[in-house]
Design a protein around this ligand. Structure first.
Ligand SMILES: NC(=O)N[C@@H](O)C(=O)O
Ligand code: NI
Length: 166
Protein backbone atom coordinates (compact mmCIF):
# COMPACT_ATOMS: atom_id res chain seq x y z
CA UNK A 1 0.00 0.00 0.00
CA UNK A 2 1.27 3.47 -0.87
CA UNK A 3 0.24 6.07 1.72
CA UNK A 4 0.72 9.46 0.11
CA UNK A 5 2.41 12.14 2.19
CA UNK A 6 0.54 15.45 2.06
CA UNK A 7 2.84 18.42 1.67
CA UNK A 8 2.25 22.05 2.49
CA UNK A 9 1.58 24.01 -0.67
CA UNK A 10 4.20 26.58 -1.63
CA UNK A 11 5.28 28.33 -4.83
CA UNK A 12 8.55 26.44 -4.87
CA UNK A 13 7.13 23.01 -4.08
CA UNK A 14 4.41 23.36 -6.72
CA UNK A 15 6.71 24.83 -9.40
CA UNK A 16 7.17 21.52 -11.31
CA UNK A 17 3.39 21.36 -11.81
CA UNK A 18 2.34 24.96 -12.31
CA UNK A 19 1.65 28.15 -10.42
CA UNK A 20 0.55 28.94 -6.90
CA UNK A 21 -2.27 31.51 -6.91
CA UNK A 22 -2.09 33.31 -3.58
CA UNK A 23 -1.33 36.79 -2.27
CA UNK A 24 0.72 35.61 0.72
CA UNK A 25 4.42 35.81 -0.04
CA UNK A 26 3.90 37.43 -3.47
CA UNK A 27 5.01 40.85 -4.63
CA UNK A 28 2.36 43.44 -5.42
CA UNK A 29 2.04 47.00 -6.63
CA UNK A 30 -0.50 49.62 -5.63
CA UNK A 31 -3.36 50.63 -7.95
CA UNK A 32 -6.64 52.54 -7.64
CA UNK A 33 -5.01 55.61 -6.16
CA UNK A 34 -3.25 53.57 -3.49
CA UNK A 35 -6.35 51.77 -2.22
CA UNK A 36 -5.68 48.36 -3.77
CA UNK A 37 -2.79 45.92 -3.96
CA UNK A 38 -2.42 44.21 -7.34
CA UNK A 39 -0.79 40.79 -7.05
CA UNK A 40 0.02 40.82 -10.72
CA UNK A 41 0.20 37.90 -13.18
CA UNK A 42 0.32 35.11 -10.64
CA UNK A 43 -0.32 32.61 -13.40
CA UNK A 44 -0.78 32.48 -17.14
CA UNK A 45 -3.75 30.90 -18.87
CA UNK A 46 -2.61 28.66 -21.71
CA UNK A 47 -5.15 27.61 -24.32
CA UNK A 48 -3.11 27.08 -27.49
CA UNK A 49 -3.80 28.88 -30.76
CA UNK A 50 -7.30 27.41 -31.22
CA UNK A 51 -8.49 27.51 -27.62
CA UNK A 52 -10.44 30.10 -25.67
CA UNK A 53 -9.93 30.83 -21.98
CA UNK A 54 -13.13 30.38 -20.00
CA UNK A 55 -14.17 30.83 -16.39
CA UNK A 56 -16.46 28.33 -14.64
CA UNK A 57 -17.53 27.46 -11.12
CA UNK A 58 -17.18 23.91 -9.81
CA UNK A 59 -19.38 22.97 -6.85
CA UNK A 60 -17.75 19.79 -5.56
CA UNK A 61 -18.93 16.97 -3.34
CA UNK A 62 -16.38 15.59 -0.92
CA UNK A 63 -15.07 12.14 -1.73
CA UNK A 64 -14.94 9.52 1.03
CA UNK A 65 -11.66 9.82 2.92
CA UNK A 66 -9.23 8.09 3.21
CA UNK A 67 -9.42 8.03 -0.58
CA UNK A 68 -8.17 5.21 -2.71
CA UNK A 69 -6.62 6.94 -5.72
CA UNK A 70 -7.58 5.08 -8.86
CA UNK A 71 -7.08 7.61 -11.63
CA UNK A 72 -5.50 10.82 -12.76
CA UNK A 73 -6.18 13.10 -15.70
CA UNK A 74 -4.38 15.72 -17.75
CA UNK A 75 -5.22 18.47 -20.21
CA UNK A 76 -2.60 18.46 -22.97
CA UNK A 77 -3.98 21.51 -24.78
CA UNK A 78 -4.40 23.96 -21.97
CA UNK A 79 -3.83 25.00 -18.39
CA UNK A 80 -6.43 24.65 -15.64
CA UNK A 81 -6.65 26.79 -12.52
CA UNK A 82 -8.66 26.10 -9.37
CA UNK A 83 -9.24 29.00 -6.98
CA UNK A 84 -11.18 28.27 -3.77
CA UNK A 85 -14.12 30.69 -3.49
CA UNK A 86 -15.05 30.07 0.14
CA UNK A 87 -11.67 29.98 1.83
CA UNK A 88 -11.95 26.28 2.66
CA UNK A 89 -8.94 23.96 2.61
CA UNK A 90 -8.71 21.35 -0.15
CA UNK A 91 -6.26 18.75 -1.43
CA UNK A 92 -4.28 18.71 -4.65
CA UNK A 93 -2.83 15.56 -6.17
CA UNK A 94 -0.46 15.91 -9.11
CA UNK A 95 2.29 14.23 -11.10
CA UNK A 96 4.72 15.59 -13.66
CA UNK A 97 3.67 15.70 -17.34
CA UNK A 98 4.69 12.80 -19.53
CA UNK A 99 3.49 9.39 -20.63
CA UNK A 100 5.33 7.56 -17.87
CA UNK A 101 2.93 8.19 -14.98
CA UNK A 102 3.68 5.94 -12.04
CA UNK A 103 2.40 6.08 -8.47
CA UNK A 104 5.92 6.90 -7.29
CA UNK A 105 5.67 10.25 -9.10
CA UNK A 106 2.51 11.35 -7.30
CA UNK A 107 2.72 14.45 -5.06
CA UNK A 108 -0.08 15.51 -2.72
CA UNK A 109 -0.51 19.04 -1.34
CA UNK A 110 -2.78 20.76 1.18
CA UNK A 111 -4.18 24.19 0.35
CA UNK A 112 -5.23 26.21 3.39
CA UNK A 113 -8.10 27.69 1.40
CA UNK A 114 -6.33 30.94 0.62
CA UNK A 115 -4.26 29.27 -2.07
CA UNK A 116 -5.31 28.25 -5.56
CA UNK A 117 -3.30 26.42 -8.20
CA UNK A 118 -2.85 26.60 -11.94
CA UNK A 119 -1.95 23.29 -13.59
CA UNK A 120 0.32 23.72 -16.59
CA UNK A 121 -0.80 21.87 -19.76
CA UNK A 122 -0.18 18.14 -19.51
CA UNK A 123 0.30 18.05 -15.74
CA UNK A 124 -1.42 14.98 -14.29
CA UNK A 125 -3.91 15.79 -11.55
CA UNK A 126 -6.75 14.18 -9.67
CA UNK A 127 -10.22 15.71 -10.13
CA UNK A 128 -10.96 18.31 -7.51
CA UNK A 129 -10.52 17.10 -3.93
CA UNK A 130 -12.78 19.28 -1.79
CA UNK A 131 -12.62 18.79 1.98
CA UNK A 132 -15.90 20.65 2.56
CA UNK A 133 -18.97 19.26 0.87
CA UNK A 134 -20.42 21.42 -1.91
CA UNK A 135 -17.39 23.69 -1.79
CA UNK A 136 -17.01 26.01 -4.75
CA UNK A 137 -13.98 26.73 -6.93
CA UNK A 138 -13.46 29.28 -9.66
CA UNK A 139 -11.96 27.37 -12.58
CA UNK A 140 -10.08 28.99 -15.43
CA UNK A 141 -9.34 26.62 -18.27
CA UNK A 142 -9.73 26.05 -22.01
CA UNK A 143 -12.64 25.57 -24.35
CA UNK A 144 -11.97 24.67 -27.92
CA UNK A 145 -11.36 21.92 -30.47
CA UNK A 146 -9.37 18.76 -29.87
CA UNK A 147 -9.20 16.22 -27.08
CA UNK A 148 -8.14 18.07 -23.97
CA UNK A 149 -8.65 15.41 -21.35
CA UNK A 150 -6.61 12.21 -21.04
CA UNK A 151 -7.34 9.79 -18.20
CA UNK A 152 -4.98 7.28 -16.63
CA UNK A 153 -6.16 4.43 -14.41
CA UNK A 154 -3.79 2.74 -11.99
CA UNK A 155 -3.66 -1.03 -12.01
CA UNK A 156 -6.02 -2.64 -9.50
CA UNK A 157 -2.99 -4.22 -7.86
CA UNK A 158 -1.82 -0.75 -6.78
CA UNK A 159 -3.39 0.44 -3.53
CA UNK A 160 -2.71 4.16 -3.35
CA UNK A 161 -4.20 5.93 -0.33
CA UNK A 162 -4.71 9.61 0.39
CA UNK A 163 -5.62 10.42 3.98
CA UNK A 164 -5.92 14.05 5.10
CA UNK A 165 -5.86 12.88 8.72
CA UNK A 166 -2.27 11.69 8.41
N1 LIG B 1 -13.44 17.66 -16.36
C1 LIG B 1 -13.41 18.86 -15.84
O1 LIG B 1 -14.01 19.80 -16.34
N2 LIG B 1 -12.69 19.04 -14.71
C2 LIG B 1 -11.51 18.27 -14.48
O2 LIG B 1 -10.59 18.61 -15.49
C3 LIG B 1 -10.92 18.55 -13.15
O3 LIG B 1 -9.66 18.68 -13.05
O4 LIG B 1 -11.71 18.62 -12.17
NI1 NI C 1 -8.69 18.81 -14.83
Amino acid sequence: MLKLKIETLSKEAFAPFGDLIASEGHDFFMINNGSTRRYHRLAEVETGAEGTPIISIFRAQTLPMPLRVRMMERHPLGSQAFIPMRGKPFLILVAPPGDDLTSSRLRAFYSDGTQGVNYRPGVWHHPILALTDQDEFLVVDRAGPGNNCDEFFFDDSEEIMLNPEL
